[in-house]
Every structure is written in C-alpha cells, then in structure tokens.
Write a protein that binds this ligand. Structure first.
Ligand code: ATP
Length: 483
C-alpha cells in the first residue's frame, strides 16, 4: 500500500475502532487537536504504565511528581521560554498559509534529492549553518535559490522569516501560560522533593502530563499537535559526570524502545541534535520510521544547570545540594540529563507499526492490529460459539470470574467469525470460545490473534495464560537486566 494511502487507512481505522477521534467533530473539528476513544484511552494508559514503571519501579533512585499545568509566570521567565521559545515562520502571501522555513527546506530536499546524497548533504549542511548562526537572511536566500514553492498554491511569493513564540497565553490573564513542557514543574519542586524523599545525587524525577504548543504547522495526525502529552524524566547529577550519564540515558532509552519490539532495529535511529533548544548544551533524538519517514520520537538532552541556576536567580531561593564526604563539603547546583518522550508520537509509532492488512489462505483479507500484547487495550475476549443452549451463560460466568484480574470483553453480538475479526482489528491477543464441548469437558478454544492458531485449554488455565502472556512483568523483567 502506498504510504499516503496507508496513513489515510490508519486514521480511518483509528476512528472506526474507537482509538482516536477529531476533537469537537460535531462542530467541524479543531485543527491539530484530537480525542482518545474507548480503545485509545486503554492503549494510552498501558503505554503510560509501561513507561512509569520502567522509570520509577525499575530505578530505585527515580521518583514521580504530578505538577500543575498553570504555573507562576516567573517560571517561564526563568526557564527562558518567554524570550527564547520561538519558532521561525514564513508566510506565503498568496495562500496565506504559514510554514516553518527549515521544514520547508528539509521536505524539499527529501523529495527532490533523496537520490543525490551529495547535493542533499550540501543543502542540509548550509541549513544547519544558518540555523546555528541565526542567519535568517541566508535561510530565506536558500529558499529563493532552491525555488521552493508553497505546497498548496505553488507560488514563491514569500514574506521575510520572522520569530513566533509558541506558548499559549491565557486570554484575560496576561501573565498565565499553558505549560509548553512538563519539566519546569520538576525543577520548581526540586527542593520539596529532596526534603520529602531524602534523595541523594544522582537521582531522577519523572512526570507524565499535558503540554501545549502553538505549533505553526501542526499536522500529520497526532504527530504534531497543539495539546499533547509528554513523559519526561529529569536526572540530577554531579557536574563532572555529565558525559557518563548522558551516554547512559541514550543507551537505556533506546533499549526501552527496542523492547517494545515495533518491527526492525532499522526502524530506529539515534541522531545528534543539530539545532539545540535554548536550554540544552547537548542533545540527541531517538527517531522512529513513521509512515512518512524518520522523525523524532524522544529527545535526550543535557540541560546542565541552566534551569536550576535561573530559578535560583529569579526566585531568590537556594536550589542546591549540600554533600559532605569525609573531610570535604560541597554545596552545588547539580547538572541535569533529561529524557523527553512524546506519548502521542509513541502511540502513533505503535499504531502504525502494528496495523496490518493480511491475505489469508482462502484469498480473503483480514485487518489485524498486532500490538505488543502488554499494551493491547483488551487482553482477551470471552465468546460463546452460539447464542443458545446455555453457552452464553457459561461464557458470562467465565468472564465474571476473571474480569477483576484482566481487561476483558464479553461479546455475543455476531457470528464467531465476525467476533474474531473485530477483536483482531482492536488488537486483542486472545479469544476464548465456549462451545458444546465446554459443557462436557470444561475446556474452551483458545485462539491466538497473530497466528490464528486454535487449541483447547481447561477453563482453569485461562486467567493464568492471560497473565503470563499479556502481563507487564515479563517485559519489565527483561528491561531490569539492563539497568
Ligand atoms: P520537534 O522538533 O518535532 O518540534 P522538539 O524537539 O521541539 O520536537 P522537544 O521539545 O524535545 O521536541 O519535546 C520532547 C518530545 O515531545 C518530542 O520528542 C516529541 O515526542 C514530543 N512533542 C514535542 N512537540 C510535540 C507536538 N507538537 N505534538 C506531539 N508531540 C510533541
């Protein structure tokens, strides 16, 4: 299937099967804002649980926090977001559309020079030089020299390149912003967390929460949104151990992604960040091969003491650690290594690598969502073969007996073939079917989503099998060997 067709198919599948809906759809929708439906929220919660436990349960020196979205406006002065959290923009005077110039150039190069690596490299290197030197005039010259047209109206009638602050300011409350990253809720609670937990350097603080950015060119479904969720962890270290921990977290985070098993190792890249955010002194991206190409899914940055130092200055409160080793004492601002993962981007990576159209032996096709078992919204379906002869009652009893342990569904609304297809489409790893033999032998048919193989098992085994095959424990155990 062509990439753009596949992406349309994915968006439609996500809507039909209750994963993702356009926000406020009955009013025509809201650009770059989406809602998660009944299966979407379960999948999202499972992803969060996996990340949260990997961080806070597997690392004894990482604790969590859940800070507010609204914060004192001085937080954003200190963090540099009011002055520095800008994107470049360029308008096309004919289409009246707004673009990020660096993305216009990157996409143009990808489209026109993917078979000419030398030329591609030359243009991208000039782009990075201009960004590094903040030379916006050269950036505009590059757009003109390459004769880049507006993708919509195809004209080259461009304005100058300008800056645009990406924070959402709350109307009527001039000094309040919706947070553009969750990290500042961690820095501003630094002393509270040290005092309440007695953590010692090195230690980390993890947080999952909503962030908001007024993206100029929000698109690609849930890849770039104006309201999104981040899973961030700030790891506080001795300044002289910056390189050691930066390398450690790059390795651990890549390992975590690979453990999700979303296809091949070649679907991931670890790249150095060419264009660093204002707070970072070093940065790498983990990129994933989305249906539209390689793009950032997670950033790992060294923020050094940028944030704590500035918060100390603005708040006039000491944000240091005091340590005494035998004879010597030390009072210092720790450095920080940050890992910042976009939950929605990970959701899209998981959905796009799991959705398959398969040809079956009888020449029919099936649509199946081959999600990692531990992330599936529903772990198993309990189904009666027919809606009569006492089979629904037996199936309902099995369902009621074990539903406190697992996220299950009971369904009798269609023929068994259709019920299987529906469970395939939402990614349910196992179906257990009650048939006439169940009455005699207390056994059911267990059907596997991926192989479609069926075998008979005893009713008593169902719960154990679901736990063993779909529980988080197995994956966490594997990960724990690397930490
Ligand atoms: P990009 O270069 O794609 O704009 P970024 O470098 O600005 O991303 P960070 O500030 O490092 O992103 O944010 C950390 C993570 O948050 C990103 O790796 C991404 O997964 C996620 N993220 C950032 N912006 C968005 C957005 N607008 N929509 C969805 N996820 C986002």
């Amino acid at each position: 299937m062509k990439c753009s067709h596949f992406f349309d198919f994915l968006i439609s599948h996500a809507k039909i099967y209750g994963f993702i809906f356009p926000s406020s759809e009955i009013y025509g929708g809201l650009n770059a804002v989406y809602d998660y439906g009944p299966h979407g929220v379960e999948l999202k919660n499972n992803i969060k649980e996996f990340w949260w436990k990997s961080m806070t349960q597997l690392h004894e020196n990482i604790v969590g926090v859940d800070s507010s979205i609204l914060m004192h406006s001085d937080v954003w002065r200190a963090s540099g977001h009011i002055d520095e959290f800008n994107e470049l923009l360029i308008d096309n005077k004919d289409s009246k559309k707004r673009y990020r110039p660096e993305i216009l150039i990157q996409e143009y190069v990808e489209k026109n020079f993917s078979n000419d690596p030398k030329k591609k490299e030359k243009i991208l290197s000039r782009l990075h030089q201009s960004l590094k030197k903040k030379d916006w005039i050269d950036l505009k010259t590059l757009i003109d020299e390459l004769s880049i047209c507006d993708p919509i109206c195809k004209t080259k009638n461009w304005t100058k390149i300008r800056h645009f602050n990406m924070m959402f300011r709350i109307k009527n409350k001039k000094d309040l912003f919706l947070r553009p990253e969750t990290a500042q809720g961690i820095f501003s609670n630094f002393q509270n967390i040290i005092k309440s937990t007695r953590m010692k350097i090195p230690f980390g603080i993890a947080q999952i929460g909503k962030s908001f950015r007024n993206e100029i060119f929000a698109r690609k479904f849930i890849f770039r949104m104006r309201e999104f969720e981040q899973m961030e962890m700030q790891f506080f270290i001795l300044p002289e151990e910056e390189i050691k921990w930066y390398e450690y977290w790059k390795k651990i985070r890549l390992k975590w992604h690979l453990e999700l098993n979303l296809g091949y190792r070649e679907h991931y890249k670890l790249c150095n960040h060419n264009h660093l955010a204002h707070y970072a002194s070093a940065g790498s991206d983990i990129e994933f091969h989305f249906p539209f190409g390689f793009q950032e899914i997670e950033g790992i940055h060294s923020r050094r003491d940028f944030d704590l130092k500035n918060h100390e200055f603005f708040s006039k409160k000491k944000l240091r650690v005091f340590e005494s080793f035998f004879e010597s004492e030390r009072n210092y601002i720790p450095y920080v290594i940050e890992t910042s993962l976009g939950l929605d981007r990970l959701f899209l990576a998981i959905l796009s690598s799991s959705l398959k159209k398969e040809k079956l032996k009888n020449d029919k096709t099936r649509v199946v969502l081959k999600l990692p078992y531990h992330l599936s919204p529903i772990k198993a379906a309990i189904l009666p073969l027919v809606k009569k002869d006492g089979l629904p009652e037996i199936a309902k009893k099995i369902f009621n007996d074990i539903r406190i342990h697992h996220r299950l569904v009971y369904d009798q609304k269609a023929t068994i073939g259709k019920l299987y297809r529906r469970q395939d489409a939402i990614g349910t790893p196992f179906c257990f079917t009650v048939d006439y033999d169940t009455i005699e032998t207390d056994t059911v048919t267990m059907r596997n989503r991926d192989s479609m193989e069926q075998k008979r098992i005893h009713i008593k085994e169902i719960s154990q099998i679901i736990e063993k095959e779909t529980g988080l424990k197995k994956v966490l155990k594997k990960l724990s060997y690397f930490i």
